[in-house]
Design a protein around this ligand. Structure first.
Ligand SMILES: [Zn+2]
Length: 436
């Protein structure tokens, strides 16, 4: 699968977080189903925004791109997004892009003007397929920017001739740089081959970006993506955009103020094609739901299993086979994550009910299933793995002994001491449980 990555000129926004999570979940799920996923996601490290920022800040384009790429990976790591198999950089593919543009020119599908090379979309069969609109209505909505010397509003730049002072590479059409749409078609076909399975991105990329990638492949008579997957918008609540109401200004801002897993849960709660609302209120709600799952993992002292889970291995690791089958049925249905998540919360409820009723074995089996299925979609529940130092562990042991002996005063005294040291103290059947 190929997913359009970021242009690295600024901190990532909430929409970047959503597409990264959606495709991370899809990738994890495909691997869970036993598929060998080759996941390519590019880094656009040269483009107009990068050039503008570099010139405004008196830095090189390379410095700007390197800085924001680092910010990008930091955010992805915080979100728990697995690194793609390949992360090609546009500047490493310029030669191949020049070759591709040359092929399109040689076929008479592209033409040179004084500012670069453009693809003539009238020459492409089925142009407008991803936009789901006829060419005439697309043409009516398109415009030609000043400085763009193209024949028709829908034609797009394959090569942009450099202006003085801009970074540039040599080409048969003069010094310049490739257009954005050329980058992704070259890198996806190069790394995944013709007729690769799946091309993804946010719905805002369907047209013109993906349409234009596809147009180049069609022009070259090369089979392109067999499936397209586009995720929905991120909404932040219209007039509630103002900072005074505490809305998140960027993904980096959200990650600094909330549990990263809560954003993943929020994304999973909606179908990937639906819009989602990301506000402090919805993130707070997601954090509360997450706390219920963490509580369950803590109650049964379970932590997320290590990676590399497949469906059969999940059952071997103790997940309930029927529950896994229901989860798979939801996820196979166009990635119905809301349905899958509802199933997980129902299992969580049943696990607590069973444990409350004294059926520890059933409770543990259901809780194990919850922890494993959460791990499949990238939500690591924090159950075990709480670091307790020696003196604290000794206090816990003393408290359990006091309770066993019926010395409630001493037990309460130790609880207060632990609470004062920042621990949350819970009494379980198996003794005192601590978490931060
Ligand atoms: Zn792209």
């Amino acid at each position: 699968m190929y997913v359009c990555g970021p242009t690295v000129y600024d901190v990532p926004h909430l929409g970047h977080g959503r597409f990264s999570l959606v495709f991370d979940v899809l990738r994890r799920y495909l691997e869970f189903r036993g598929l060998d996923v080759h996941y390519v996601s590019n880094i656009t490290d040269i483009d107009d925004h990068i050039i503008t920022r570099a010139s405004a800040e008196g830095r090189t384009e390379g410095e700007v791109a390197a800085q924001y790429e680092e910010v990008w990976w930091k955010a992805m790591d915080a979100l728990g997004v697995l690194r793609p198999s390949d992360t090609p950089h546009a500047t490493a593919y310029i030669d191949k892009m020049v070759t591709l543009v040359g092929d399109l020119v040689a076929r008479g599908l592209a033409y040179e003007t004084d500012d670069g090379v453009y693809l003539s979309v009238d020459r492409i069969d089925g142009y407008g397929l991803l936009a789901r609109q006829p060419l005439d209505s697309l043409r009516a909505g398109a415009r030609i920017d000043p400085g763009e010397h193209k024949r028709s509003p829908l034609d797009f730049a394959l090569w942009k001739r450099a202006k003085p002072g801009e970074p540039s590479w040599a080409s048969p059409w003069g010094e310049g740089r490739p257009g954005w749409h050329t980058e992704c078609v070259v890198m996806s076909l190069d790394l995944l081959g013709d007729g690769f399975d799946l091309h993804g991105g946010g719905i805002d990329l369907a047209f013109p970006h993906h349409e234009n990638e596809r147009a180049q492949a069609v022009g070259l008579e090369r089979p392109f993506a067999r499936h397209w997957v586009h995720n929905g918008w991120v909404m932040v609540g219209g007039e509630k955009m103002s900072k005074s109401l505490g809305n998140f200004t960027s993904l980096t801002d959200l990650l600094g103020r909330a549990d990263a897993r809560a954003y993943r849960l929020l994304v999973l709660r909606a179908h990937y094609r639906s819009p989602i609302e990301v506000t402090p209120a919805t993130v707070d709600q997601a954090e509360k739901s997450l706390a219920r799952l963490d509580d369950l993992a803590r109650r049964f002292a379970l932590s997320a299993p290590a990676g590399g889970l497949t469906a059969p291995r999940a059952v071997e690791a103790g997940a309930d086979a029927d529950a896994v089958a229901s989860f798979v049925a939801c996820m196979d249905d166009d990635l119905d994550t809301p349905g899958a998540l509802a199933g997980i919360f129902e299992l969580s409820r049943q696990a607590n009910v069973a444990a409350d009723a004294g059926d520890a074995a059933l409770g543990a089996r259901l809780a194990t299933t919850v922890v494993i299925l959460c791990a499949v979609v990238g939500v690591a529940l924090a159950g075990a793995g709480v670091e307790v130092d020696g003196p604290t562990a000794a206090l816990v042991a003393e408290r359990d002994a006091a309770r066993a002996a019926g010395d409630w005063a001493r037990a309460d005294q130790i609880r207060d001491e632990l609470t004062g040291a920042g621990w949350v103290v819970e009494d379980g059947a198996e003794g005192t449980r601590l978490h931060r």
